[in-house]
Design a protein. Structure first.
Length: 108
């Protein structure tokens, strides 16, 4: 009785990929943490660094741990992820827009 662990479309990483992903994730966590703890940086710079490293962290997680790439096996996963991000962005931007509109009209 043989067990086939390779299912269709499932990509598995190796130790090297997981190690690279882990090291990059740790670096992208330590950089903004170190900047905040060291102090002396402007608020705008800190917010920019935190935002950039957060986006990079998400991309690292997607590529190295969730194995999302441009291969044909991952196409539907990538499409579903992009759809989710767009839906969340529309909800957030729409909510802020509505709250700003209500705030403006309530102040008159």
């Amino acid at each position: 009785m043989s067990h086939d662990h390779n299912s269709a479309g499932a990509a598995h990483g190796n130790v090297k990929q997981y190690t690279i992903g882990f090291i990059l994730s740790v670096l992208l966590t330590v950089i903004p943490f170190g900047m905040v703890m060291a102090g002396g940086f402007s608020r705008g710079l800190l917010v920019a660094v935190i935002a950039i490293t957060a986006v990079a962290q998400v991309l690292i997680q997607l590529v190295y741990f969730l194995h999302m790439n441009s291969s044909s096996e991952q196409r539907w996963n990538v499409i579903a992820f992009v759809y989710t991000i767009l839906t969340i962005a529309i909800l957030l931007v729409g909510s802020v827009w509505i709250m700003n509109y209500l705030h403006f009209n309530m102040m008159i």
